[in-house]
Design a protein around this ligand. Structure first.
Ligand code: CAA
Ligand code: NAI
Length: 246
C-alpha cells in the first residue's frame, strides 16, 4: 500500500476529481478528510466509503472563508491527530468572454480558486513544519498554463497556483515538505459538462489521446505526488492532459 496510515485532507472532494482521489487514496491505505462545501454529496460519500470499510470523514468547508478553513484543520487534527497530505483541489468556473465578465464573477472565482488555496495551505503548513514532513499538491489547469477563451478569471487563478506552488517549494523544501502541482486537461466532471458541446468537440480534436481525461487519470497523478515515490520531486507542474499542447 502506497499511503498506509497517511492522513490526506482533500478539498473539493465530494465530487469529480477530488472524489476519485479519495477513492484511490483509500484503496492505498490512507485515512481521508473529504473537505467540501457540498454537504449532501459529502455525507453521502462518507457513508458509502465507510460502509466499504474505508476510514473517511466528511467536514464541510468553504475554502474562501478563513474561519471555516481554520475550523476544518482543527477538526481534522482532533479526529486524526495529524495531516500528511493536503490537496488543494476545490475550484469553480464562471466562464464568460472578457467583454461580458462581471466584476462579481471575476472576484468569486479568485476567492475560491486563489484565496482558497492560500487559506488552506497557510492553515495546514505549520503542522507539516512541526512534524518535519508533508506533501502539498495544488490543482492548476491547462487553462492556467496556456490560457483559454472565456476563462479570464479561472486562467488567472490557475496560473497563480503555479506561482504559489514554486514559491512554497522554495520556502518549505528545507522543512521536508514537497510542494507540487497537477495541471489537468479537460476531464469528465460536472465542470466540463457545463461546456458547449461544440467547444468540447473542438478540444477533443486537439488532444493527442483524442479523448477527455477520466477523474481517475488525475487521481493517479495526485497519488504519485502524495506517495514516497515522489520525495525528490519539488516545485513541479505535472501536466495530465492527454497531450493537448506539446
Ligand atoms: N476558441 C476560439 N474562439 C472561440 C472559442 C474557442 N474555444 N469559444 C468561443 N469562441 C468565439 C466564438 O466563435 C465567437 O466568435 P465571434 O464573436 O467571432 O462569433 C466568440 O468567441 C463568442 O463566442 P460565443 O458566441 O459562444 O459567446 P458567448 O458569450 O455565448 O459564450 C463562452 C462565450 C462563455 C466562453 C462560451 O463559449 C463557453 O462556455 N465556452 C467554453 C469555455 C471553456 O472552455 N471552459 C472550460 C470549462 S472546463 C474547465 O474550466 C476545466 C479546466 O480547467 C480546463
Ligand atoms: P467539480 O465541480 O466536479 O468538483 C469541485 C468540487 O469543489 C465540488 O465538490 C464543489 O462542491 C467543491 N467546491 C466548490 N467551491 C467550494 C468551496 N468554496 N469550498 C469547498 N469546496 C468547494 O470539479 P472538478 O472537475 O472535479 O475540479 C476539481 C479541480 O480540478 C478544480 O480545482 C478544477 O479547477 C480543476 N480542474 C478541472 C478540470 C476539468 O476538466 N474537470 C481541468 C483542470 C483543472
Amino acid at each position: 500500500m502506497r499511503l498506509k496510515d497517511k492522513v490526506a485532507l482533500i478539498t473539493g472532494a465530494a465530487n469529480g476529481i477530488g472524489l476519485a482521489a479519495v477513492i484511490r487514496f483509500a484503496e492505498e491505505g490512507a485515512k481521508l478528510v473529504i473537505a467540501d462545501y457540498d454537504v449532501t454529496a459529502g455525507v453521502e460519500q462518507e457513508q458509502i466509503l465507510s460502509q466499504q470499510g474505508y476510514d473517511v470523514k466528511f467536514i464541510q468547508v468553504d475554502v474562501a472563508n478563513k474561519e471555516s478553513v481554520d475550523s476544518l484543520v482543527k477538526q481534522t487534527l482532533e479526529h486524526y491527530a495529524k495531516i500528511d497530505i493536503l490537496i488543494n483541489n476545490a475550484g469553480i468556473t464562471k466562464d464568460a468572454m472578457l467583454t461580458k465578465m462581471t466584476q462579481e464573477d471575476f472576484t468569486r472565482v479568485l476567492e475560491i480558486n486563489l484565496n482558497g488555496v492560500f487559506n488552506c495551505t497557510q492553515a495546514v503548513v505549520p503542522h507539516l513544519i512541526e512534524q518535519g514532513h508533508g506533501k502539498i499538491i495544488n490543482t492548476s489547469s491547462v487553462s492556467g498554463v496556456y490560457g483559454n477563451v472565456g476563462q479570464t478569471n479561472y486562467a488567472a487563478t490557475k496560473a497563480a497556483v503555479i506561482g504559489m506552488t514554486k514559491t512554497w517549494a522554495k520556502e518549505f523544501g528545507r522543512k521536508g515538505i514537497n510542494v507540487n502541482a497537477v495541471a489537468p486537461g479537460f476531464t469528465k466532471t460536472a465542470m466540463v459538462e457545463k461546456m458547449p458541446e461544440k467547444v468540447i468537440d473542438q478540444m477533443k480534436s486537439i488532444i493527442s489521446m483524442q479523448r477527455l481525461g477520466e477523474p481517475s487519470d488525475i487521481a493517479n497523478a495526485y497519488l504519485f505526488l502524495a506517495s514516497d515515490e515522489s520525495n525528490y520531486v519539488q516545485g513541479h507542474v505535472l501536466h495530465v492532459d492527454g497531450g493537448i499542447m506539446m
